[in-house]
Design a protein around this ligand. Sequence first.
Ligand code: GTP
Ligand code: MG
Length: 654
Amino acid sequence: MTSTSLVDEFEHYSSWRDALYVRVEALRDWLDTQELGDAESETRLGQLLGRLQEDTLNVAFVAEFSRGKSELINAIFFSDYRQRVLPSSAGRTTMCPTELYYSPLRGPSLRLLPIETKTQPGSLADFKLDAAAWTEFPLNLDSADDMSATLMRLADTQRVDAATAEAYGLIDPEDEETARHLAHDGHIEIPRWRHALINFPHPLLKQGLVILDTPGLNAIGTEPELTLSMLPNAHAVLFLLAADTGVTKSDIEIWHHHIAPVGGTSRARLAVLNKIDGLWDELKTQAEIDAEIARQAASSAALLDLPINQIYPVSAQKALVAKVRGDAALLAKSRLPELEAALTLELIPCKQALVSESSQLVIEDVVVKTTELLETRLSAIQDQVDELEGLRGKNRGVIQGMMTKANEDKQQFERGLQQFNALRNVFASQVDILRGHLGMPALKVEVSRVRQAMEKSYFSAGLREAMGYFFRQVDGNLNASSAVIKDIRAMMDAMYQKFSDEHGLAAVSPPGYSLSKYRKEMVRLERIFDERFNTTFKMLTVGQRQLTTRFFETLASKVVQVFELANSETEAWLKATISPMETQIREHKTQLKRRLESVSRIHAATETLDDRIAELEATLGTVSDQLDNLARINTRITDALADDRDEMRRVKTA
Ligand SMILES: Nc1nc2c(ncn2[C@@H]2O[C@H](COP(=O)(O)OP(=O)(O)OP(=O)(O)O)[C@@H](O)[C@H]2O)c(=O)[nH]1
Ligand SMILES: [Mg+2]
């Protein structure tokens, strides 16, 4: 893979995803036309298709100000525009977190959320849904100068008095650093905007890439959404250091508080040592320069506690110049290609594996369920054919006996049906208990309890206690829910076994399910809270109290989100648990009814026997064709999932 670029690899990923989409869609449409899909499969396939269509790949650039984040984004993604797309200059430039993405639903534009929204209720996610909250500037793609002028607004600032800045949670007046920035008149320069969204029709953005550019530590620390969801949700985080400043105290702080803890093993994190061109001393030999770069990379690695091969020395600025001028030697010297190759390698295969795995789960469930249904149908019809074959030439007495037998089977099954209805009642009451523990009302009670406790507690100890209690209660609810889920599974397992033994239904084993990933997510949120608490909330000044409240609100909305996910997944699981049995019972009932009908028809006129057998055999043919088709569609999806690169290449060159 050494020679493939990020662009190629991303394009490959997108076409893999598109091919998968088409094949999953084919499965859904086929189930629909054959009238084989039930509501549950339809919903799950619909959700999967939605996910594949809206799939994004998020890459975040994080560092202290002026390390060259915006320049690196320009160099990696926007060199084709032959100029700087994002503003990059000495000192603080990007003043607010900036997301670059593409949506065809609106024209190319820069949308900015005013900083004043910090004192209004609602998290960033809420504001994203409220179009009126944003100030919009169209981007004129035909004029590079117009576009750069518009994007310069990312650097807008304004002067406010200390009280206002404190109300926005941007400063802590007790802090020495702040005191130095406050002018004699007690004013301070703050960002004009809180967040920026750039809708830009770049080929990679069109395929679902989302780039997040951030300003330095101050902004990261004051926007809880960044810490709680945007950085943890990024598929890759690039952390920048600069060779001219070396590793400073605040670099280390950003690394330890905002990047290292959210890392996890499944996410790519790359540390970049930028501005190595500062070390290109013309009086030194290339070997001496390389040794100096290696020395700086090694000391950065030691300070961040990373192996040295995870530090990528580059010159973003020279790389941009080299790409704009088509200067291959300079590009190689900038070492950007090594970083791009590492990003490509860490980012895309990892993301592809995630998408592949989750798609596979859904497809397998749907295909297995449908296959079981068709096999049950096939064997029921085959039984009828055998029965009728045996009848040829037999007398009416025998046929009478068959009538009786079919009637008996039907009655026995009706008794089974009563048991099934009783089971449904138990199931429903178990589900009620589960919803009591896991449902949103229970969570809302806990959230408002903490809110009250927070209003009352003027000391950080009280606050911590309230939060600790909150997390324990929430975990208790998840724990109780897990116990009910276990009971439901055991009960359904037994019932499936019973129906399979007594009525010959296919022995389905209900899908496994556990809430453990949600419990893990809660542990992660609690850890972020603890960390935040230890660094920021020890002293509760007025500004800090507001910051605390806002932090809690964002945390609470995150917990609500986790619960919403847990609820929808649980509801889907409940459906998946009971619905195969409902489907099979419905099917079994139909087959019994048909059998009874056919026997009584024969009873009425034994001469129609041959016709009836022919009819059933035709149906047998249809069902086994359906089985073949389903297997074929499934193979096509499995092939798409496997992403055979050699195969794709052969197809391309052929
Ligand atoms: N010499 C040199 N200068 C660079 C390099 N990369 C960026 N710079 C310069 O460093 C300054 C800061 O770069 P930006 O891209 O604005 O940095 P940033 O990290 O986005 O900074 P903020 O937006 O303020 O958070 C600019 O003047 C860039 O031209 C590099 O590789 N070499
Ligand atoms: Mg910047």
